[in-house]
Design a protein around this ligand. Sequence first.
Ligand code: ZN
Ligand code: ZN
Length: 343
Amino acid sequence: MARDRVRCFLFTDLANVFYLSGFRGTDGALLVTPKETVLLVDGRYGTQARRQAPHCRVIVYAAKVSGIAGEIRKLGCSRIGFEPGAATVAFHESLSGELPNVSWVRPSEWHASLRAIKDPTEIRLMRRANRIVDRAFRETLRRIRPGLTEREIALDLESEMRRMGAEGVAFPVSVAGGENSSLPHARSENRRIRKGEPIFIDFGGCFEGYQTDQTVTLFLGNIPSRWREIYSVVKEAHDLAISSVKPGMRASELDGIARECIARRGFGETFSHSLGHGVGIEIHEYPSVSVRSEARLRPGMVFTVEPGIYIAGEGGVRIEDTILLTPRGAEPLTSVDKVLRAR
Ligand code: ZN
Ligand code: ZN
């Protein structure tokens, strides 16, 4: 904030509001000044805000825009940092309409990477979240058999995660078999899974506000040799990326290592997305691990490594783990073994 020469910053991105205050409601705003932090919420959230954010001064407003504007007037700020990515045009226009003398400042680089380095408490929560989800997956795995629909498996895993202690899913579980698995972001369909086809299961849970993310690809019955080969290429790229990652490395370099490994084996065109993404309060957050990423990987960052090969009309294989970067290298938070599985 000092670098941006603002003495007041208005956070409206709820992930950042939670990160900075502890408040987990679905609406609200946070004003940060050098002297104090003010949490502004509507009437539904007064009690919750005081409980979850005891170090904040809590203001319950009747109307959001005039409530925030009134507090800013009282603080007497004339330059205010704000979050352009988390304010609608309508919200920003009406707020600046109420505060004609305020200049609004876009934050510099610090803002994008605000939550990138996880502290020990966050790491503990993320380990716990992953333990819950891994246990749930192992339970569901025992019940997977030919003839079940993708949606039946997704439902089973989702409810198992909750049963094991997750507060919910990080995103709807994606079970994709056969041709459906050639879509990296497939939705679970009402199709029945069959022997000999690749089936990927992309799943994550949420615990105390932190998300997990992981993908397992498995087969039922015999594994056709072509898929055996494809799996080994993806696994090699995955393992190589995890063993190569070092603090200080550019995220784009790590993406390149996996991409080159897949390209060397002749599947370059089929790896159609980035290698990974940060995970934390949001399922996709800083840093992006992609060719275009400007980020450097630092100890304390938590991100996924998820190479994949997708053959249009046939199917696909993705192997995804979430790792914590330590000074010594990658430490996986996900523990489900990514050996080639045939059930
Ligand atoms: Zn995933
Ligand atoms: Zn992912």
